[in-house]
Design a binder for this molecule. Sequence first.
Ligand SMILES: [Zn+2]
Length: 94
Amino acid sequence: METPTCGYCKKQWSYFATLKNLFRLKMNCPHCGKENYYESTRNKGVLTLITAPAVIIVGAFLDFPSGWLIGIALILVLVHFLLFPFRTKVKKAN
Ligand SMILES: [Zn+2]
């Protein structure tokens, strides 16, 4: 697992620099300042988001306390976002 590298200067972005750009399609390189575009890495990571509701549904069937289920689902969503920099790839804005 690696954080993305700039399409222009090829330097690696730090974890927090990438996380800061979480909801953006365009990201400015922290090194050279050029705009990079988010390149989707297909499916990877979507899994965590699917797992969260699945845990709630399965847990409800098994009569788990709902507080637990919500807690687990929240942790999964949190993990999903915390792993974002490692799933992200960026490319040059053409
Ligand atoms: Zn750069």
